[in-house]
Design a protein around this ligand. Structure first.
Ligand SMILES: NC(=O)c1ccc[n+]([C@@H]2O[C@H](COP(=O)([O-])OP(=O)(O)OC[C@H]3O[C@@H](n4cnc5c(N)ncnc54)[C@H](O)[C@@H]3O)[C@@H](O)[C@H]2O)c1
Length: 409
């Protein structure tokens, strides 16, 4: 069976779905590995490295492939080159990819979305959301330290003492915790806030202070946060204002699955920050946690520089690709039996991450969003009474008497 490693086509993408050092894992599973020329070039993985690892570097690999792996979903014009029944594995944002998913269904392609892999212990090694968030969180802290024109750590020298930078992190999921850990390692004094109750302990375990706003916590399902009401959001912003005004660097990483990023910090709050302070908004490309942040740009608000994240894992393509490739190898290992790609749809990891299969959309929320609710046969209307009916036996049919029994007597 042939696995194709596709060259990415998204603007600014630098990652690749397979790295040379993991090619051997796929050949061990029984696959022949085909790599599109230049697929790894922007992550510093040249074609020769793939060839040395046992892959075949070749153009026009899509029509031959049984499985195609990529970081971003293949665009429709490339998916149409695949054979009926081929499979694709990539990130596939189901809410914003309806046209592509419709194409994949109609082409008979089996597709798996890496962001849908259930976040259960058994599937941790396949969790690409976490692996890429780890990269993003680290990168955010490094960007903040790089933009800030002062030390992160405390320095006590013969020439005097330089105080450590004050860093505030909002949102303490995978990325936020990594931003906290990295800022701490660089010596900053870190405080963090998250709406989930469990986050306070996780923040403290990273050596940071958990900010307690004495607001109700917002737990959603699956360990995620719940959306805030506007009243709650306004109160949270008001209570966070003094912490942000005092910060040298603010890093925001808050998200709610399936929703636009919550607006945590207004431009007015940023305007109260000290001269030279820095804001890093990881959520800029999904609506922004900070009012006025722009994905991929540094803008000035008040006296602060505000950096907006745009495909942040792609800013560290080597490690991001390696972690992603390991996630893909783990998923493929689960889906391979005796050298054959044979996903078992009774396995919750397989069925949970599948989007299309056998000409159908099998991810139900996406199917309903695209195809609408399943039509239910309406129940037959009861015939209107003709007057010839048998007397009603109330012992057998105690409910919904079709007539007033007293009137009949
Ligand atoms: N395999 C696993 O079991 C597994 C793997 C990864 C993550 N998780 C858990 O999933 C959860 C979410 O992780 P994630 O990084 O994907 O989250 P995410 O990217 O969905 O959100 C990032 C963080 O933003 C926070 N947030 C949302 N609204 C906020 C607000 N208004 N103010 C402040 N913070 C806000 C969330 O609580 C979350 O911690 C965590 O509990 C994490 O530990 C579990």
């Amino acid at each position: 069976m042939k696995i194709a490693v596709a060259r990415e086509t998204r603007d600014g993408e630098t990652r690749v779905a397979m790295v040379p050092e993991l090619v051997g894992k796929l050949t061990d599973l029984g696959y022949e590995v085909l790599v599109e020329p230049g697929a790894g070039a922007r992550a510093e993985y040249d074609d020769e490295l793939y060839a040395e690892a046992g892959a075949t570097v070749t153009e026009d690999l899509l029509p031959d492939a049984d499985v195609v792996i990529s970081v971003n979903a293949l665009p429709g014009y490339r998916a149409r080159l695949l054979r009926d029944g081929a499979a694709v594995i990539s990130f596939l944002p189901v809410n914003s990819s309806h046209d592509l998913i419709t194409d994949l269904r109609d082409l008979g392609i089996t597709s798996f979305a890496m962001e849908l892999v259930p976040r259960i212990s058994r599937a941790q090694s396949m969790d690409a959301l976490s692996s890429q968030s780890l990269v993003s969180g680290y990168r955010c802290a490094i960007v903040a330290a790089g933009l800030l024109r002062r030390f992160f750590p405390l320095n006590m020298t013969a020439a005097g003492t330089v105080q450590a930078a004050q860093v505030v992190v909002l949102g303490a999921g995978v990325a936020g915790l990594q931003a906290i850990a990295t800022s701490k390692r660089l010596g900053a004094v870190v405080q963090a806030y998250d709406v989930r109750a469990a986050a306070a302990e996780e923040i403290r375990s990273m050596g940071a202070k958990s900010i307690d706003l004495e607001l109700e916590t917002l737990e959603g399902s699956g360990g995620y946060a719940r959306e805030m009401t506007e009243d709650r959001a306004a109160r949270q912003r008001e209570l966070l204002t003094p912490y942000i005004a005092n910060a040298d660097a603010l890093i925001t990483t808050a998200a709610v699955p399936g929703r636009q990023a919550p607006m945590l910090v207004t431009a007015e709050m940023v305007e109260q920050m000290k001269p030279g302070s820095v804001v890093v908004d990881l959520a800029a490309e999904s609506g922004g946690n900070v009012e006025g942040s722009v994905a991929g740009k540094v803008v000035r608000i008040g006296q602060a520089q505000v950096w907006g994240g745009d495909n942040v894992p792609a800013q560290m393509p080597g490690p991001a690709s390696k972690l992603y490739a390991q996630n893909v190898v783990s998923l493929l290992t689960l889906m391979t039996s005796e050298g054959e790609f044979a996903p078992d749809f009774d396995d919750e990891v397989v069925s949970g991450s599948a989007v299309t299969h056998g000409g159908r959309i099998v991810h139900e929320p996406t199917r309903e969003a695209i195809e609408g609710p399943i039509a239910v046969e309406p129940e037959a209307e009861p015939e209107p009474p003709t007057g010839d009916e048998q007397p009603f036996d109330s012992a057998q049919e105690p409910f919904d008497l079709p007539f007033d029994s007293e009137e009949q007597q």
